[in-house]
Design a protein around this ligand. Structure first.
Ligand SMILES: [Zn+2]
Ligand SMILES: [Zn+2]
Length: 380
């Protein structure tokens, strides 16, 4: 194969950057999406009998009142705005809440529909929106382009696929897995009500009905509190499969026990596939796209690279040079997993331009485009 020019010195116009961006992102559309947004700001109108005063809060300077209000969860904030005219004025004028309504109205609707609006403060949501860098709380490497609703953390698509701590399960299974009574589980773990629809994060599943689910990581963390230690929780998993359990159930509960409570701290797509991977029936039901808003106030949803999308196909056709493959795929790992993952990875704007200067797939695409081949891999 002839050597191709490097991208490093190439001028990437906005048009070229857009052409190298995956405009469709089909693989990322298996989460909460397409929600109907309220026609105006989600604050309900005041009733005519609303009181005029906020009581003791009225005496606080505006800045202090804002510091107090952002500690409320969104549900409490909306309720507060309904009890007094002064409260509605204060809530309407709360910059942090305006930030959320302007940039992530769909996330607020998703939190409402999943009945998790009471779980996170306005400050927590704004911190996630404006976290700098906006990295995934699991791998700590990639842009976390999604919000995991139970914990209000940014996560990336790869970690949603690979990290067992980001799975959801039924309260019954969580209780059985971690030996918790119904009241013990309810005391420490919020319940998410799913929004009916089709979801797809690694595994596809249609959910026509509402499921009540809990986060595996939150259930495991709470079990450590109830049972006294992480070691006590680990001892709850039978060493061998009980006769009454299916192999799938044993693998599933084993995977819940293996869920890390802290950040994985690395790119999980670079690890070999584990033998006991049980399909996730609820992938995507607890996550939604989350833009990043930096100091300039512009929302950045991230971009996927069209060059990376061709890597898996190049490899399948024998067209991926060995030195490139060695750089992208660790020994002992099937190439398809990390290569597929690169095609679904989101980059914030600055990082994307940095990436396409170094991306081998982009080099290949540009070479073909320069030769007049319009859409060699059917990307457009
Ligand atoms: Zn991640
Ligand atoms: Zn790329």
């Amino acid at each position: 194969m002839a050597a191709m020019a490097s991208n490093a010195d190439r001028v990437f116009s906005d048009e070229l950057v857009n052409r190298l961006t995956d405009a469709n992102e089909y693989s990322l559309k298996g989460m909460i999406r397409g929600l109907t947004l309220p026609p105006t700001a989600p604050l309900p109108a005041l009733s005519s009998c609303s009181a005029a005063s906020l009581g003791q809060l009225d005496s606080l300077p505006v800045e202090l009142m804002h510091m107090v209000l952002v500690l409320l969860d969104v549900q409490s904030l909306v309720r507060l705005s309904q009890v007094a005219r002064a409260a509605k004025v204060a809530v309407d004028g709360l910059p942090a809440y305006e930030d959320l309504r302007q940039h992530i109205p769909d996330v607020l609707v998703a939190l409402g529909r999943t009945r998790m609006l009471h779980c996170h403060s306005v400050a927590c949501l704004q911190d996630a929106l404006r976290a700098s860098p906006p990295r995934c709380a699991s791998c700590l490497v990639s842009f976390g382009g999604f919000l995991f609703l139970p914990t209000c953390e940014r996560v990336c698509f790869d970690c949603l696929c690979e990290n067992r701590a980001l799975r959801m399960t039924t309260p019954a299974l969580a209780r059985e897995c971690f030996r918790l009574s119904a009241s013990q589980l309810a005391a420490g773990v919020p319940v998410l009500h799913t929004i009916p629809g089709s979801y797809s994060v690694r595994w596809h599943k249609h959910h026509p009905k509402v499921h009540k689910l809990v986060s595996v990581r939150q259930a495991k963390a709470h079990a450590a509190v109830v049972h006294g230690s992480a070691q006590a929780v680990a001892a709850l998993l039978p060493a061998t499969k009980p006769a009454s359990w299916s192999l799938r159930k044993y693998y599933l509960l084993q995977s819940f026990h293996e869920a890390p409570l802290g950040p994985a701290g690395r790119d999980l797509t670079l690890l070999p596939e584990q033998d006991n991977t049980a399909p996730d029936g609820f992938g995507g039901v607890a996550s939604i796209r989350m833009p990043y808003v930096g100091k300039a106030g512009k929302a950045d949803r991230g971009r996927c690279c069209n060059g990376c999308r061709i890597l898996e196909k190049l490899d399948a056709d024998g067209g991926l040079p060995e030195n490139v493959k060695t750089r992208l795929v660790p020994p002992g790992v099937p190439a398809s997993k990390p290569l597929k993952a690169l095609g679904t990875r989101l980059y914030t704007e600055g990082k994307f331009v940095q990436h396409i200067r170094e991306c081998y797939g982009v080099t290949r695409l540009l070479s073909l485009w320069d030769d007049g081949v319009k859409d060699p891999y059917g990307l457009e």
